[in-house]
Design a protein around this ligand. Structure first.
Ligand SMILES: Nc1ncnc2c1ncn2[C@@H]1O[C@H](COP(=O)(O)OC(=O)CCCC[C@@H]2CCSS2)[C@@H](O)[C@H]1O
Length: 327
């Protein structure tokens, strides 16, 4: 098995690296990758990004938001979290059999005296609490299995970064399955360092396959960076790929009740209607028109500041409307 370790903590680079290996590297080989991200929320391929992330937290802390190739829910990564990826022939691995890919993790943990379990869904748990989520992607006879492992993550941040209150979004998007979470180090007899843990993981794989370290050639590196810039780092991929949805929101302000009907497509407002009993002087249709195509992300409030909300809706601010649409 070929072993690659990414020295970048840029999630967009790392996700591009996975895709590059999957699509372009020698298909007669199997690959194992270890990588880490700076603070990032990684959403599943079929998720509505706005629905999964805590927008104000993401904005305040400069957390990156990235969409991956595989399905499933949204997870939070920091430097206490380790990601691993297997890229193998599908023929040798029954479809979506997660077991074989998580065994090395369980084996590595045994070395440290930590007993973990695979819950049969896609999670690894200790005492019933999740510390690892896994998902897969298959295409053209190749299979990618990846997982994230919280060795020492900040669990408060994990909880804060992901949206807690499930809003009433009406869409076909995949919803995340919230779990009680923990870290490995919370259960280890002594704290395990990231380097030690990575070494144990490699050793766990070595028991069944040899590992052959490999680095990228300058040409490969350039191609991965291109894929990062053209796909994984783009708004169009990370937000714009969100499934269409519509929602109805109502909020009582001191001036009265505001109701909003919103249709969203590709991460942007497709149409919006306001209903209320305290309109201002402007023609509401003008405001509704001006809001079409605005991006439904953490910068919405700023964009709304140019829409002169208060002129159309007495006493209501850009902040109020952004809150109604994103939370
Ligand atoms: N880093 C991390 N590790 C484990 N569990 C997490 C993490 N962050 C959040 N969570 C918990 O999982 C649920 C979501 O669970 P859910 O089952 O919905 O989604 C997943 O597990 C997806 C795993 C994707 C793994 C990829 C590997 C490389 S890039 S990301 C979330 O609400 C939290 O309760």
């Amino acid at each position: 098995m070929v072993y690659l370790e990414s020295h970048s903590t840029d999630p967009y680079f790392n996700l591009a690296l996975e895709e590059y290996i999957f699509e372009h590297m020698d298909r007669s080989r199997q690959y194992f990758l270890l990588w880490q991200n700076d603070r990032t929320i990684v959403v599943g391929k079929y998720q509505n990004t706005a629905e999964e992330i805590n927008q104000s937290y993401v904005e305040a802390h400069g957390i990156r938001v990235a969409r991956r190739l595989s399905g499933g829910g949204a997870v939070y990564h920091d430097k206490g979290n380790l990601n691993f990826t297997f890229i193998v022939d599908q023929a040798d691995n029954a479809d979506f059999n997660f077991n074989v890919f998580v065994v090395p993790v369980l084996r590595a943990l045994e070395r440290f005296g930590v007993t973990a379990a695979f819950n049969g869904r896609n999670d690894l748990t200790i005492d019933g609490q999740k510390f690892s989520g896994n998902s897969q992607y298959a295409r053209h006879g190749r299979l990618l299995h990846h997982g994230c492992i919280m060795l020492d993550s900040n669990l408060t941040n994990v909880a804060d970064a992901l949206k807690v209150k499930q809003a009433k979004f009406d869409s076909k998007s995949v919803k995340s399955v919230r779990s009680r979470v923990t870290t490995i180090n919370a259960h280890a007899p002594r704290p395990i360092s990231m380097e030690e843990f990575k070494a144990a993981l490699r050793a766990g794989i070595l028991e069944s396959d040899g590992l052959e370290p490999r680095t990228l050639t300058p040409e490969e590196l350039a191609a991965v960076k291109r894929l990062r810039d053209e796909k994984y780092a783009t708004w169009e991929w990370n937000y714009g790929r969100s499934p269409a949805y519509h929602m109805r929101r109502e909020r009582k302000f001191s001036a009265g009740l505001v109701t909003i009907f919103l249709q969203a497509e590709e991460g942007r407002i497709k149409s919006i209607r306001f209903y209320g009993d305290f309109f201002g002087n402007g023609d509401l249709a003008e405001l509704e028109e001006a809001m079409v195509s605005l991006k439904l992300d953490q910068h919405l409030e700023k964009a709304l500041e140019n829409c002169r909300i208060g002129e159309y809706l007495n006493g209501i601010t850009a902040h109020d409307i952004a809150q109604m649409l994103l939370y």
